[in-house]
Design a protein around this ligand. Structure first.
Ligand SMILES: [Zn+2]
Length: 397
């Protein structure tokens, strides 16, 4: 199958119109009006050219996407959601390979070319989620890139045997070590963080830890994460997902945390959650922090919301951060593109010559308009092949 393509008349990031020549899956040249080579041609019709969107935080193994509607049943606390999920996993047929495939294709339709997904590892499901999602990603490997975080959703130390399963998940090929609220779930912050950073060292892998813990409690956990990142030389290889504590009302403390995160090149992931304090994206970016973005759970026992649209995610982040100017909305979109690419260490991501031809073409004058209008008509190119045309996955893919 060819991965050569000539894309006519597109405007990279809203700039002047150009043609994009793709050879062997990479951007080979960007210039207007060259001769017609004997390769497939895609007419961009003067639309906007963006790099493929990056879904940097979701949970592919537990979505109920495409299943009958299930009213939300979990109580308000974190532990209610964990227990409801464990029960629903037994009662409903949430088969990880099928369900992860449904959500991955939905992501692709919406313009994402890369996904980082956290996959549950616990003493009940064992490695079945990891194995199912690995089969799915192999099947769709030419369409979408999926990176797996082994995630101890039900706790690491409170459920003996989980750490050994996490080790097994890393041996199977999970790329990232996950963690979760070291105070609130394991009630042993030092033990939890030593265990996950230990695994990261053992396998030479990065860390991505869910930190919902609020204010001073979250700040305390974050300081322990910062200490370990520094001591182990893991700068640039740690993400704190959610990082709600950075939105705390004590701005002096939050600011000192942001500066320490920047110093150790620790990234943060935000969903722009409307119901919680969130990391202030502009302040983080100005301090030099990498900010990436994700949908988190989509139509699962945690949340009935979500549609895997990272343009919509950029809009939600923009709304949550009171962004109105084009340059501000660009910051939100940057979290859904280059921020995610940085945490996933995608060295060949972008719109420059030599980058992988992982691209999104949408109507709109400038990126801010695409975020605000979230057009249904989207064309997605992955490795130089058209995988979505006008919002539908192509059969050729
Ligand atoms: Zn999550």
């Amino acid at each position: 199958m060819t991965s050569d393509l000539l894309i006519r008349n597109v405007r990279p990031m809203g700039g002047p119109a150009t043609d994009v020549l793709v050879r062997s899956g990479r951007i080979a040249a960007m210039s207007a009006g060259g001769a017609e080579p004997s390769i497939p041609v895609l007419d961009g019709a003067g639309e906007l050219l963006l790099p493929g969107l990056i879904e940097a935080h979701t949970h592919l193994d537990k979505t109920m996407w495409g299943m009958p509607w299930k009213p939300h049943a979990a109580g308000p606390r974190l532990i209610d959601k964990i227990e409801t999920e464990r029960r629903q996993r037994r009662e409903l047929d949430i088969e990880p390979e099928r369900q992860s495939g449904r959500q991955a294709l939905q992501s692709l339709r919406m313009g994402s070319t890369h996904i980082r997904t956290h996959i549950d590892v616990d003493t009940e499901v064992g490695l079945s989620g990891i194995e199912g999602v690995m089969r799915m990603r192999e099947r769709y490997r030419d369409r979408i890139h999926v990176e797996i975080v082994a995630f101890p959703q039900s706790g690491l130390l409170v459920r003996p045997g989980t750490l050994e399963l996490m080790r097994e998940a890393m041996r199977l090929g999970a790329e990232v070590v996950g963690g979760l609220d070291p105070n609130a779930i394991d009630r042993d912050p030092k033990g939890h963080l030593d265990a996950i950073f230990g695994l990261a060292q053992e396998f030479g892998r990065p860390v991505d830890i869910h930190l919902h813990e609020p204010a001073e409690l979250g700040g305390f956990a974050m300081e322990l994460i910062i200490e370990r990142t520094r001591a182990l030389g893991m700068q640039g290889r740690v993400v704190v997902s959610h990082a709600f504590c950075l939105g705390m009302s004590d701005r002096d403390y939050a600011r000192s945390l942001i500066d320490q995160l920047a110093r150790e090149r620790i990234a943060v992931m935000t969903t722009g959650a409307p119901s919680r304090p969130v990391p202030p994206v502009r302040e983080c970016a100005e301090a030099g922090l990498v900010v990436c973005a994700g949908s988190d759970g989509i139509r699962d026992s945690w949340s009935p919301y979500g549609n895997a649209d990272m343009l919509e995610r950029a809009m939600l982040i923009g709304l949550r951060n009171n962004f109105r100017e084009d340059e501000e909305i660009a910051l939100a979109l940057n979290a859904c593109t280059r921020g995610g690419a940085t945490v996933m260490a995608l060295a060949d991501y972008g719109l420059e010559v030599g980058c992988a031809a992982d691209l999104l073409i949408v109507p709109g004058e400038v990126p801010a308009e695409a975020v605000v209008s979230r057009p249904a008509k989207r064309t997605v190119v992955k490795g130089g092949r058209i995988v979505v045309r006008d919002g539908e996955v192509t059969t050729a893919a």
